[in-house]
Write a protein that binds this ligand. Sequence first.
Ligand SMILES: *Cc1c(COP(=O)(O)O)cnc(C)c1O
Length: 430
Amino acid sequence: MADRGKHQTGFGFETRAIHAGARPEPVTGARNTPIYQTSSYVFEDAEHAADLFNLSRFGFIYSRLTNPTVSVLEERVASLENGRAAVAAASGHAAQFLTFFTLLEPGDEFVASRNLYGGSMTQFGLSFKKLGWTCHFVDGTDPENFRRAITPKTKALFLEVLANPGGIIIDLEKVVEIGKDAGIPVIVDNTMASPYLHQPLEWGADIVIHSTTKYLSGHGTSMGGVVVESGKFDWTQGGKFPSMTEPEPSYHGLTFYETFGDFGFTTKARAVALRDFGPVQSPMNAFMTITGIETLHLRMERHVANAQVVAEYLEGHEKVAWVSYAGLQSSPYRELAQKYLPKGPGAVFNFGLKGGYEAGVHVVETVELFSHLANVGDTRSLIIHPASTTHRQLSPEQQIAAGAGPDVIRLSVGLESVEDLLRDLDQALG
Ligand SMILES: *Cc1c(COP(=O)(O)O)cnc(C)c1O
């Protein structure tokens, strides 16, 4: 278990995107990080093995805990988020599971913004319930709603600052204040922004989660997730976090916060949740994601530039009723976007068609360059009509409440020539 805390600090974001966590492979001198397609690692002797198993020494045992390629990814994302340490997982949802399994006991609660990725709503609202964890969803556009939903059992606040995909920005600093007052961590899903556009830990958040499946990998090739901790949260507050402060029977009574301090949370998530449930990221996917991250800064710059042009074009189109991009003058979230995402508010947004459901189906069936599919954050431009796909099982009232009314089209603007994207939308809108 390498000490992931030693980032190459002092270097700029772009330098860290290319170098953090990686060094030439010591045996062959290979400069790029190899794919360690390996499950297990030889012990030097019995004492070395015992030390590794006791977590009293860092090193590789078995790839369900650590793998050399995955470790580079963990260190790199921790560095880009200015965090202390990270643990990778098989997907963004697996990263969320590891986080909440480490935080919560059965009967515990947390509060989440209602403006979340749809899959997170299902995971938190339905599947977590079976584990005895209750999520209260609130309208995070008024941060005080988080405070109102807190009970003595509440152990965390969860939000996306750049929420997917309604063009909504949540006022993170206010949520952080509420978390501090309650003595509970603030967790941000930073997938839609990526650490290039927004760094939640710099605003006082305690934990950041990514689906690396999206912008970090960037090319639509690899599933993955990661959890990053700031290292600044005091887990002894109010006796609320026994998982961090009480002896762990499966490690001879070791106490994670006392032993590992500012990287105790991700160490616990790895040594217990990842060990016992096993949703590890594969070395191949970690390799693809590391490679993707090397150009994150260049890609995000172009993603937001293209998104701004496409949003402005759509806003001026006679068949378009509204556009919800926070980079537009007309957006009620423009000021918050400039505060939290000064380089641009991402590249995923919704727009509404005057022609309603029929017009929506027509557009997704008529585009040629945009791909009609359910993903975001690819180099390719993507389009979906939620009412006829991802949200089709909901009633029209539920669709509208979820921001997926019959007229809504979601775009994830890619890296193609922006003139080609405009031409494609133009012919599809007719
Ligand atoms: C995709 C996504 C997730 C889930 O991640 P997976 O890698 O698909 O498990 C969570 N949050 C956001 C914002 C996402 O876009």
